[in-house]
Design a protein around this ligand. Structure first.
Ligand code: BGC
Length: 786
């Protein structure tokens, strides 16, 4: 299939960039939809550009749309509970009004003739009920910043680093700040529903969306997702935890069934959601595209009714992923809202639902429940009561947040002979990775286009068409955010000491490396929603460039910008490796700050880096080479609940880099482990330990404590962690309260968690493999509700 000719673009002004963008987006949309409809008219590319620009300004931001005035009524009494207020308001609605709130469009000119007035191009739109002051739901993606869907809106936003970078900080505080930042930008742009908090576990190392999520451990991922959601909702916008559940791969994502028993599911992927929901109380949950043990996740009585609304008593609403509503039966099976309806076979939640209510097949009470859940979340998050902020976005403050997250999420993986941080006065060759242009970001619905000016104009970056076969690949090229590492390095080392080779040719890269004291190779792996990667190699021959550069210069440092783990066949040859993930709008500066020691690296891996595919639980990714993406396939999980490091521990495998790993420019010692049985409800054990900075520089460490064995035998599970900031010579105590579910097994027959009586041995760890001091605690048997 031909592709729109807007591959690499470096226009001179933001305006030109926007124009080019519009043309590119129009052409792309023409290709994916078969037609780009502007006002319902199929346009030629030239006309599309002009029409699109006009439409773009008309549909710029929701903030331009006047807010729905509230209507006095007893439901506006803030002394009443959100449930009571929702009940009062819902009782005023007609059946048509109720049904109108239960389905919505993907708010883009795609497979739709003309969008309703006031609809802003974004992820989704559901009309409100103005006569009762119920606002329209204006939905935007997502976890890494306010996204610019299909590049159609002209306003940019602050881009956070990848979810994996956020997770690598192991900092609930930074996760909160990131969530709050995105929530603030989204509300100032006029949105009231954010489709972020992604918390799917990294079960499949090649999953193309791993970069959006928070790693492989339920405690780490669930805790950070919960804090990000809290941060977002404190800005009075609904946050959405997604994609529920076990959406572990993108290959055949609308057809694959995750085949897994209930107990391992509860102990892993569902536990991450449970922690996130308990801590963050998101107003909505998005069910996923895939199937789970047969039924579609959005039509799964087990997931939605039994687990989420039953066992967890979740009070908010379940929205479908876009075009993931398979049938009207989903109403009965727990789905409350059909999203992205034009992509579905039918708008089941409109006329068919009305007919089923009128015919008595679906009780009217269920429809009321669906609506009440939505209203309850709007009341609970303050959408009805708190006026959205209207002032300009504080891009400077937000740049500091995204830079700090990037700095603290960068993981130093190797530092032979303390080659890092760089000494002053060295000649540096910077090679590859478009380091002269920007830093890579991940593609798909979460894509943020970076802006940092009062007009939210995009800044110069680069769009590079890479290609592939995934669902979204035709509309989203690899986007480099405009904070070039090369410039940041030049600013620190002096322009005359730095030279660049683009890395396309091995010979030129080697020549540059030979000429320098230090060679930094930037290596990238672009990932996008809708497509997994076939293997763990760096694409496009970058492994060969790194090996050749390392042979030419002993001081070779590799800076990785990847969306997941990669194999490193050249690891022994290079002096240093820095995993920078997709580092966000201020990624270039963050990388330079770490390389030059202005920031002491402190990120720790939230995922295991395997040596190669043979170490993965499923060496072959189900459905990767399946061309018919509608063909129903199964994905099996031999690792069961032992996702990530737990698989490696159970199989006695030594990965390339373990979960929890990360170096610093100083040294730390952990000790003084004290563990005892818990004293409070919901606390199985109390653990404390100290972390000391035994080196010469200030730095931050992440103290980790793992279960290593229990009455059932050896098992490795992260029980708690604490990030500490320590001056040279300083020592701090970390205290952890262990959630009993981390020690328990889920008993599906008895429908409860069971902590077995007996001895539990816990250990301090600088990562999941390097365990230090141990202690054994005897616990009584305990059961807990599911
Ligand atoms: C993605 C969701 C996203 C939605 C709306 C879907 O393709 O899976 O994560 O929120 O689109 O853009």
């Amino acid at each position: 299939m031909p592709h729109a000719p807007f591959g690499s673009c470096l226009p001179s002004t933001p305006r030109a960039f926007t124009r080019r963008l519009a043309a590119g987006a129009a052409l792309s949309a023409l290709m994916i939809g078969g037609a780009l409809m502007i006002g319902g008219v199929l346009t030629s590319p030239a006309h599309a550009q002009i029409a699109l620009e006009a439409e773009m300004s008309a549909r710029a931001t929701a903030a331009a749309v006047p807010p729905t005035p509230s209507v006095p009524g007893p439901w506006m009494n803030t002394k009443l509970s959100p449930d009571e207020r929702a009940r009062l308001l819902e009782s005023q609605l007609t059946l048509d009004e109720r049904i109108g709130m239960l389905h919505g469009i993907m708010a883009l000119p795609y497979k739709i003739e003309g969008l309703p007035d006031g609809v802003v191009w974004s992820a989704g739109y559901i009309p409100g009920v103005p006569r009762l002051g119920i606002p329209a739901l204006r939905e935007t993606d997502a976890s890494l910043g306010v996204a610019t869907p299909h590049r159609l809106r002209p306003d940019g936003a602050t881009g956070l680093p990848a979810g994996l970078a956020i997770a690598a900080t192991w900092s609930p505080e930074l996760a909160y700040q990131g969530g709050a930042m995105v929530g603030d930008e989204a509300t100032r742009k006029g949105f009231n529903v954010l489709l972020g908090g992604g918390v799917n576990l990294t079960r499949e190392a090649r999953n193309g969306r791993n970069f959006e999520y928070l790693g492989e451990d339920p405690l780490l991922a669930g805790t950070l997702a919960g804090q990000a959601i809290r941060g977002t909702q404190d800005q009075h916008i609904v946050a959405t935890v997604k994609h529920f559940a076990i959406n572990s791969q993108e290959s055949s994502r609308r057809a694959v069934s995750a085949v897994i028993d209930e107990a391992p599911l509860r102990e892993s992927d569902l536990l991450a959601f449970q922690f996130a929901i308990e801590a963050g109380k998101p107003g909505s949950v998005m069910c996923s595209y895939n199937r789970v043990n047969g039924p579609w996740a959005c039509d799964s009585d087990f997931l939605l009714n039994k687990v989420l609304k039953g066992d967890w008593a979740y009070p908010g609403w379940v929205m479908s992923d876009w075009g993931a509503t398979p049938a009207l039966s989903a109403v009965t099976n727990g789905l409350d809202q059909q999203s992205g309806e034009q992509i579905d076979k039918e708008v089941f939640f409109d006329k068919p639902l009305k007919a089923a209510v009128e015919g008595g097949q679906i009780p009217a009470a269920r429809v009321s429940d669906m609506v009440r859940r939505i209203l309850r979340s709007l009341f609970a998050t303050g959408v009805f009561d708190v006026k959205a902020p209207t002032g300009p976005i504080d891009f400077q403050a937000h740049a500091d947040i995204t830079r700090t997250v990037a700095e603290q999420g960068i993981v130093l993986l190797k530092n032979r002979g303390d080659v890092l941080p760089f000494a002053k006065g060295k000649r540096i060759a910077v090679i590859g990775g478009l380091a002269d242009v920007g830093v890579l970001s991940g593609g798909g619905s979460s894509q943020v286009l970076a802006a940092d000016g009062p007009n939210h104009d995009y800044k110069n970056g680069a769009f590079v068409h890479i290609g592939g076969t995934g669902e979204l690949v035709h509309i989203s090229d690899a986007i480099y955010q405009p904070d070039a590492p090369l410039k940041a390095i030049e600013d620190k080392a002096g322009k005359d000491n730095v030279f660049f080779a683009d890395g396309r040719y091995v010979s030129e890269s080697v020549a540059a490396a030979k000429d320098a004291d230090i060679a930094i190779v930037f290596a990238t792996q672009w990932n996008i929603e809708g497509q997994d990667v076939p293997d763990l190699s760096l694409p496009q021959g970058q492994d060969a460039v790194i090996a050749a550069v390392a042979a030419a210069n002993p001081n070779t440092i590799v800076v990785l910008e990847t969306g997941g783990p990669v194999a490193m066949p050249w690891l022994d040859k290079v002096a240093g490796v820095v995993e920078a993930w997709y580092p966000g709008t201020r990624g270039g500066q963050a990388i330079a700050n770490v390389l030059f020691g202005d920031v002491n690296p402190s990120g720790h891996l939230p995922i295991t880096f395997p040596k190669d595919e043979s170490q993965l639980p499923s060496p072959v990714l189900a459905g990767f080479y399946e061309r018919d993406r509608t063909k129903l396939i199964d994905a099996h999980y031999p690792e069961k609940s032992d996702v990530g490091y737990r698989w490696y521990a159970a199989k006695g495998l030594t990965p390339l880099f373990p979960f929890g790993y990360g170096l610093s420019y100083t040294t730390f010692a952990q000790g003084g482990l004290k563990a005892s049985a818990g004293t409070k409800a919901g606390e199985a054990m109390k653990i404390s330990f100290t972390v000391s900075n035994t080196g010469k520089r200030a730095g931050q460490d992440v103290g980790q404590v793992y279960l290593v064995s229990g009455p059932q035998g050896n098992r490795t599970r992260l029980l708690g962690f604490g990030r500490v900031d320590l001056k040279s010579g300083e020592k701090k105590t970390v205290s952890v309260s262990v959630d009993p579910r981390l020690l328990a097994d889920f008993d599906a027959q008895a429908h409860e968690w069971k902590v077995a009586a007996g001895s539990y041995t816990v250990a301090l760890g600088s990562d999941a493999l390097s365990l230090g001091e141990k202690q054994t605690v005897t616990l009584k048997a305990q059961t807990l509700k599911p």
